[in-house]
Each structure stands twice: as C-alpha cells, then as structure tokens.
Design a protein around this ligand. Structure first.
Ligand SMILES: Cc1cc2nc3c(=O)[nH]c(=O)nc-3n(C[C@H](O)[C@H](O)[C@H](O)COP(=O)(O)O)c2cc1C
Length: 162
C-alpha cells in the first residue's frame, strides 16, 4: 500500500498537518504539493487531499487538482481534510469545499483545525480577518484554532486498516 498526501497551504499549517499525517501512517507515503501539475496517481491506492480555507473557500490548487483527477480519484481510497477554524460537524461545510462526487466517495472527511499565523499574515489578510471579527455573531463564536492531532490520526486509520 502506498499513499499520497496532496496538500495546498498559504502559511504552512496544512503542510505541517500533511507531515503529521505521514508520521501516523504505517505504510509508505509521499507528500505532494497540489501546485504541481506533474502528479501521477497511478502508484497510489490511497490519496489524502487537504487544503486550507480562506473566506469560505479551499485553496484553488485543491479545487483544480480534484477536478483534473476526479475520474481516477473515484477508484482510490480517499481521505479529505480542511485546515481551518470551522469545526468538522458544521452542516454543509465540506460540500462547499470539495466536488460532491468525491465527497460521497471519500472514506473520511474532516477538519483538522489550524493555526492563525498572525505574524506571517500579510496586511490584506490581517485586515480581512479584522473585518470578519466585526461581523455580528462571528466574534462570539470564534475560537482560536489549534491543530487537532486526533483527527489527523483518524484520517491515518483509513489507510492503516489494510
Ligand atoms: C483572512 C483569513 C480568512 C480565513 N477564512 C477562513 C474561513 O472562511 N473559514 C475557516 O474555517 N477558516 C478560515 N481561516 C483560517 C485558516 O484556514 C487557518 O488559519 C489555516 O490553518 C491556514 O492554513 P495554511 O497555513 O495552511 O494556509 C482564515 C484565515 C485567515 C487569515
């Protein structure tokens, strides 16, 4: 069994989650950037796909990767994850991030938490987030995210079960 972990990140948190996932896998795994258009999935029987979420959207490289490889992905064991502050049980959340067909085919779909990297954040993003925090109801419900290692372990289990 060989797994691919395809990720897209802005400030590095999703890459860190991909690396954690690799350490929890029993078998061989390659970590691949979704930015590369040279990814060949033929050698993998399990594919994990993860990206971070900004203003309700997953990284565009993930959307393109899923669309480009959809047919092939539907023949593999799939784990999907979002790196973000939205909790995994938020109704309708994943439907806005991944193609429905892939979502229904996936063995496990989750949010693995994240990190708000205020030091690395550029001016525009810091401003955007300040605006978000002014929206009624957002600030009250907002909890500073942390990486959820337990959810990453659960993702790994789907590949380790073989
Ligand atoms: C400007 C901004 C907008 C964000 N928008 C969302 C959002 O709409 N939903 C969400 O769940 N998380 C959102 N986040 C949280 C990021 O997804 C989170 O910080 C993630 O860990 C970033 O991962 P990365 O370093 O791999 O890009 C936002 C963060 C920033 C800075």
């Amino acid at each position: 069994m060989k797994a691919a972990i395809v990720y897209a990140t802005k400030y590095g948190c999703t890459k860190k989650c991909a690396e954690m996932l690799k350490t929890y896998l029993n078998g061989e795994a390659d970590i691949l950037s979704a930015k590369s258009d040279k990814i060949s999935l033929a050698q993998y029987d399990t594919v994990f796909i993860g990206g971070s979420v900004y203003m309700g959207k997953i990284q565009k490289e993930i959307t393109h990767f899923c669309k480009r490889n959809l047919k092939q992905l539907l023949h593999k064991k799939i784990g999907l994850f979002a790196c973000c502050y939205t909790p995994k049980d938020t109704e309708g959340f994943f439907e806005t991030l991944f193609p429905l067909e892939l979502l229904h085919h996936a063995s496990y779909v989750t949010s693995v938490g994240g990190k708000m990297d205020y030091d690395k954040m550029n001016f525009l993003y810091r401003k955007l987030f300040q605006s978000l925090k002014k929206i009624d109801g957002f600030n009250e419900g907002f909890i500073e995210p942390e990486i959820n290692a337990e959810e990453i372990k659960k993702l790994a289990e789907l590949a380790n079960m073989n």
